[in-house]
Design a protein around this ligand. Structure first.
Ligand code: FES
Length: 121
């Protein structure tokens, strides 16, 4: 049976690969690798939030760009050593998963259709 999603929080990560006349987060800036590490951190810390890979946060010149939604902080020019701080901020807002929800369960649904709990699983 599918599990409910109790959290409204998302970490939106721009993975736009297309930089027509400007840099792009998912191009040579490596945002997909950052997203992979962040997803692993969300899962390991049981943070009650999802990571969604999206196309553009309109901060293209300062990528890799990320934002906590709804209405949360932007993180710009993200580097690997910023990841613990981003996870701390996300956990402070979203808290941890309730008991009984297994973040590694491949049957965990995304009833919002907005993204997946942990893509690739
Ligand atoms: S390409 Fe990432 S914010 Fe626009």
């Amino acid at each position: 049976m599918a599990q409910q999603d109790p959290s409204p929080y998302r970490l939106l990560v721009c993975v736009n690969p297309v930089g027509s006349n400007k840099p792009s987060c998912g191009g040579d800036r490596g945002s997909n690798a950052l997203a992979d590490t962040l997803e692993a951190g969300i899962r390991a810390r049981r943070i009650n939030a999802r990571l969604s890979r999206i196309i553009c946060l309109n901060r293209c010149l300062k990528g890799p760009a990320m934002r906590i939604a709804p209405g949360g902080d932007f993180f710009l020019q993200v580097q690997p050593d910023h990841i613990p701080t981003i996870l701390d901020r996300l956990e402070a807002l979203a808290g941890q998963l309730p008991d009984g929800i297994d973040p590694t369960d491949p049957d965990t649904d995304d009833p919002t259709g907005f993204g997946h709990y942990f893509p690739g699983q």
